[in-house]
Write a protein that binds this ligand. Structure first.
Ligand code: BTN
Length: 234
């Protein structure tokens, strides 16, 4: 694979790319067998023992119009690659991937702004493959091994990236609507009661739709609310 930097151990592939972004090219992928300081969303720790797939990809420059949708494209790409292993993954808005209601993949997006219209984006992806310790991650999690599926890490990485690049240009030019139908087919909570937490606020309702912008449309107390960011907790 072109543009791949592979390490046995790093503190975090995400941190590595952040620190070296200016010296690396668009599309560079950094992968590590294990991370000693893996990071998740909202400053959470991402347990990164040997056996998981941990990688980050450098994207630059990116027009900022559809920036949040890049993580959704990556989540969809992971789903498509897992479907090739005969699994039935589902998307938990905005960008977790679950199988049987348990998390198998998380995605972290970080942007470095060079000017207001243009950013360097680093997408970090963790997929649970065969590592131990998933009972300690603080939420229901599963792995390919637990599901009886097998995958070579680099083949899985390459498949995820193929799906990602296939739709990347179109997404950046025209937005989330270009992947909305594919996303909705895998959006497990559609029509179901959920709660969304954003900071200290929690809002409950029915997941009515995902808008053409990729935001969550939640029917709550008779009103349709557009949610831009948050964690679905039910
Ligand atoms: C989340 O669900 O909270 C996002 C988790 C993202 C983890 C990946 S593993 C590779 C990359 N390096 C990190 O330190 N984090 C991301």
């Amino acid at each position: 694979m072109e543009n791949l930097l592979y390490f046995e151990e790093l503190d975090s592939t995400q941190t590595y790319l952040k620190e070296h972004a200016s010296a690396l090219h668009h599309g560079t992928v950094v992968c590590a067998d294990r991370q000693t300081a893996g990071r998740g969303r909202y400053d959470r720790k991402w347990v990164s023992a040997q056996g998981g797939l941990y990688f980050s990809i450098l994207l630059q420059p990116v027009k900022t119009d559809y920036l949040p949708n890049l993580t959704q494209l990556m989540a969809l790409s992971v789903c498509c690659a897992l479907e090739e292993l005969d699994l039935s993954p589902a998307l938990k808005w905005p960008n977790d991937v679950q199988v049987n209601g348990q998390k198998i993949c998380g995605i972290l997006s970080e942007a470095l702004f060079t000017n207001p219209n243009c950013a360097t984006v680093i997408l970090g992806v963790g997929v649970n493959i065969s590592q131990d310790g998933l009972d300690q991650v603080g939420q229901p999690a599963t792995s390919l091994k637990e599901l009886g599926a097998q995958a070579d890490k680099l083949v899985l990485l390459s498949n995820v990236l193929d799906y990602f690049w296939k739709d990347y240009d179109n997404l950046l030019a025209h937005g989330f609507d270009t992947i909305r139908a594919a996303y909705l087919r895998r959006f497990a909570a559609l029509g179901k009661p959920i709660s969304v937490r954003n900071g200290t606020q929690t809002i409950s309702g029915t997941a009515e739709d995902i808008s053409p912008r990729g935001t969550l449309l939640l029917r709550s107390a008779g009103q349709l609310k557009e949610i831009y960011i948050g964690d679905v907790i039910v």
